[in-house]
Design a protein around this ligand. Structure first.
Ligand code: C2O
Ligand code: CU
Length: 460
């Protein structure tokens, strides 16, 4: 059976469950099946290197591209054929808490051989993705991720709408996934598990044929555990969206994309190839190319001038709840002790005995941590201070936030779900708590989260 056979698109209009969604949004629904299983696949094109055991959805790397219409009900059945429990998190999607897929917080993990049906209607158009949220630092590093594209009613007309999931892998000397280094404390206390091999959609430097002179929408997704990608484009492109959200159109050529972040670009090609180069290590690494090929026919999308989105204004902050969040820990950090399950312990003991090296407000995070208990409808300002020597990609489940710089008062042009904080940076994440449940706030450098960098915001 190939991966396409697993993807069954059926109309299940009759099965609309009562999710508090209005009747109009439930006009159609799409059923997907995502089977998580182990496959053998080479990560390099070199025949002398052996295949790796990868964990994937439907036998492909990345998992299948799920495309749905904004507001339309989708169902996705997870079938677990892995040797350990798993779940699926729908990164960036505002959905009901029970569908958020966080193992041990919003659902029990799905045991090997078991299934779980996810049902939700994505309310926002844009580029999203799905990934495992059980032992995420290891399951995602083995390949459990895929794109989720939500189409709105008025998308720009393009010749090609392409998704690029970028990942870096740590390969051993045999060119296989380096399993021996999973869980190495050094990575957890430093920049996370960084790889030495780059793939785009599971391939090494793929050359994607496109129509000459075409207009391309390129949706870049950072699926790496910890690497902040720095991508250079062959020529300036238009930035169209960040984390799914429309941004004012800006010309960009250098892109900084932190783990879990997405950027949508509109590129008007000539007849020349259009390479993307990754430069985060200081060495240029060819990542991906769009290659015009006349055999594909002629481009038809008009190069119309796109318009900026209507700016959104910040919510009223007069009665906003302020939630200070002091991030500490990591190598070269200033954390001397922190509380773990209610017991204060020195940092050395935390690191050696428990593999915990980070804390929020002096607390090593786990699923029992609570940063706040908000009332439904509250506006919240999470005042984060990255008091560490490391960058962190802070992700909030269930909401999209504005980012305000507390020093200058500057507010981000669009909302986001993942914000990269550089060492020493302070930022305010502002959101309206309009969705009840237990929502994770964590660093998407997955080893950092596993080593204590996470908390939960409760909304009731
Ligand atoms: Cu991409 Cu906790 O998630
Ligand atoms: Cu981090």
């Amino acid at each position: 059976m190939n991966r396409r056979d697993f993807l069954k698109a059926t109309s299940l209009a009759a099965m609309a469950p009562s999710f508090g969604l209005s009747a109009q949004t439930l006009s159609t629904s799409t059923q997907f099946r995502l089977e998580a299983a182990v496959i053998e696949q080479a990560l390099t094109p070199y025949p002398e290197y052996k295949a790796s055991s990868l964990w994937t959805y439907n036998g492909g790397l990345p998992g299948p591209e799920l495309r749905v219409k904004q507001g339309e009900l989708m169902q996705a059945e997870l079938v677990n054929r892995l040797p350990e429990p798993t779940t699926i998190h729908w990164h960036g999607i505002r959905l009901s808490n029970g569908m958020d897929g966080v193992s041990m917080l919003t659902q029990p993990p799905v045991e090997p051989g078991a299934r779980f049906q996810y049902v939700f209607a994505p309310p926002d158009a844009g580029t999203y993705w799905y990934h495992s949220h059980a032992k995420t630092w290891q399951q995602m590093a083995r390949g459990l991720y895929g794109p989720l594209i939500v189409e709105g009613p008025d998308e720009p007309v393009v010749d090609h709408d392409l998704v690029c999931m970028i990942d870096d892998w740590r390969l051993n000397a045999e060119g296989q996934l380096d399993e021996a280094s999973f869980g190495r404390l050094h990575d957890w206390a430093h920049g996370g598990r960084l790889g030495n091999w780059l793939t785009v959609n599971g391939e090494s430097n793929p050359q994607r044929p496109v129509k000459p002179g075409s207009r391309v929408r390129l949706r870049l997704i950072n699926a790496a555990n910890a690497r902040i990608f720095r991508l250079q484009l062959a020529a300036p492109a238009l930035q169209y969206a960040l984390d799914g959200y429309r941004t004012p159109l800006t010309s960009i050529q250098d892109i900084e994309l932190a783990p879990a972040q997405r950027v949508d670009l509109i590129i008007d090609l000539t007849a020349e190839p259009f390479p993307l180069t990754e430069v985060s290590t200081g060495e240029p690494y060819p990542a991906f190319s769009l290659v015009p090929d006349a055999a594909l026919g002629t481009a038809t999308a008009a190069k119309v001038t796109l318009t900026d989105p209507t700016p959104e204004s910040l919510p009223n902050l007069d009665t906003a709840k302020r939630l200070p969040l002091h991030m500490q820990g990591g190598a070269m950090g200033n954390l001397t002790e922190a509380s773990l399950d209610g017991v204060m312990r020195p940092i050395r003991e935390l690191a050696r005995e428990y593999q915990k090296v980070w804390a929020f407000n002096g607390v090593v995070g786990n699923m029992k941590s609570r940063l706040a208990d908000l009332r439904l409808g509250d506006t919240a300002i999470v005042e984060i201070w990255n008091d560490t020597r490391w960058p962190h990609a802070m992700h909030l489940h269930g909401f999209h936030f504005w980012v305000r710089d507390p020093e200058t008062g500057t507010v981000s042009a669009s909302r986001r779900d993942t914000h990269l904080m550089h060492a020493g940076e302070r930022a305010e994440l502002i959101f309206v708590a309009d969705n009840p449940g237990l929502w994770l706030l964590h660093c998407h450098m997955l080893e950092h989260h596993a080593a204590g960098m996470g908390t939960v915001i409760q909304v009731s």
